[in-house]
Ligand binder design. Structure first.
Ligand code: NDP
Ligand code: MG
Length: 390
């Protein structure tokens, strides 16, 4: 029985992780659940799974959670500091990072330092500080197991393979709801249109990232660190059906792909059970339902975020941290109807030009870069008249 800490248990990945655990209750138990502000769902989850710890970041919700769980042997805490401290608990075997954005960085670092294996959904952590995370993981002999479906696909293709024989990887992208659209069309799209992903149901931030192709850009950077690759070994191809989850091409020219219906429960389960496979009753893929699997080149001129992410990866240093922070601010503003869809790329590009570049950043530098970029991006958005930027 392995004890799992689920950071962000109330989100899309968090709730699906609990479904996987419910199906495999003989293998796993949730030891710690955390939420940002959804007290109601955290309480419901804690009553069902009775973890040792339930932590809510929002201090104002602490009393509500505490009172609701008073009859159970659960320690209730609040605030980010409580997560950072509890994630190191000796009884935790694996930490599944399913919180969204930069907030995942510090708890992940603490968990690695305490020797916990990481099932990583929170890609922003590797984007921001991939070098620090991978170096720390090596030092503490910790595994970083991908939950992201594309990276899980690559990881599965690499089982039993020599990583030094990877020629390149090919990450598939659905293309999102605006595949094939022009910049003129994108200038006028609304939040509601962008939130309608054709194949996946996910949290709001990653859904907007998918529509803008920033998600693919973040995944390119995530792959660099997970599999120790150069930028020129990472290709992106648009595959609208989301059946081929990604591919690896080896030195002899052979290509391996991992396929299946789009369902995050499979990569979540594989991260928790690998290298073993555990039987599931999930719906099976049938070729007859998909007579045409198609592939096309991503349009990086219209969807500039993917190009900007490659540029950030090539420049290195704190540049990926800059694009991540700028993107988080831009997406939050877009979700509040405070900025336009295309303006998100303008904000990211301006931040890349204006924020001081640091070639070999320390953790302290990353924290400062994140802060500085957020303030800069926020001011930029406030100065942009909404009509002019659309
Ligand atoms: P959601 O928005 O659905 O959930 C996010 C979770 O994190 C919630 O539990 C939320 O709490 C919590 N949270 C939000 N902000 C903070 C914060 N500042 N501090 C601490 N906790 C916070 O996101 P997803 O589940 O969609 O995504 C989670 C991560 O997984 C992201 O990094 C995403 O890129 C990655 N991912 C997601 C996939 C998916 O299919 N959804 C696929 C691949 C990767 P609360 O609900 O209480 O606000
Ligand atoms: Mg993905």
């Amino acid at each position: 029985m392995r004890s799992i800490a689920i950071l962000g248990s109330t989100g899309s990945i968090g709730t699906q992780t609990l479904e996987v655990i419910r199906d495999n209750s003989q293998l796993f138990r949730p030891f710690m659940l955390t939420a940002h502000s959804n007290a109601y769902l955290l309480i419901e989850q804690a009553i069902e799974f009775v973890p040792r710890y339930a932590i809510i970041c929002d201090n104002a919700k602490y009393q509500q959670v505490k009172e609701a769980l008073a009859h159970l042997p659960i320690t209730v805490m609040s605030g980010h500091q409580a997560i950072k401290e509890t994630v190191t608990h000796p009884d935790i075997d694996i930490v599944l990072t399913a919180m969204v954005g930069f907030a995942g960085l510090e708890p992940t670092i603490e968990a690695i330092k305490a020797g916990k294996d990481i099932a990583l959904a929170n890609k922003e952590t590797l984007v921001v500080a991939g070098e620090i995370i991978t170096t720390l993981a090596k030092k503490h002999n910790v595994k970083i197991l991908p939950v992201d479906s594309e990276h899980s696909a690559i990881f599965q293709c690499l089982a039993g393979e020599d990583y030094s024989k990877i020629e390149k990887i090919i990450i598939t992208a659905s293309g999102g709801p605006f595949r094939g659209k022009t910049s003129d069309f994108l200038a006028g799209v609304t939040r509601e249109q962008a939130l309608k992903h054709p194949n996946w149901v996910m949290g709001a931030k990653i859904t907007i990232d998918s529509a803008s192709l920033m998600n693919k850009g973040l995944e390119v950077i995530e792959a660099k660190w997970l599999f120790d690759l150069r930028a020129d070994q990472i290709d992106v191809i648009v595959h609208p059906q989301s059946i081929v989850h990604s591919l690896v091409q080896f030195a002899d020219g052979s290509i391996k792909a991992q396929m299946g219906l789009p369902d995050m429960k499979l990569p979540i389960q594989y991260a928790l059970t690998c290298p073993n496979r555990v039987k599931t009753n999930y719906k099976r893929f049938n070729f007859m339902d998909y007579p045409n699997l198609t592939f096309e080149k991503p349009d990086m001129d219209t969807f500039r975020n993917l190009k900007l992410a490659y540029e950030a990866l090539n420049r290195g240093g704190n540049m990926p941290c800059i694009i991540n922070a700028a993107n988080e601010v831009a997406v939050a503003a877009f979700l509040k109807n405070e900025t336009g869809f295309l303006a998100m790329s303008d904000v990211i590009e301006t931040c890349m030009q204006k924020i001081s570049f640091i070639k070999e950043p320390s953790l302290h530098d990353y924290l400062n870069t994140d802060k500085e970029t957020r303030i800069f991006a926020q001011n930029l958005i406030q100065q942009m008249p909404l009509k002019a930027i659309q």
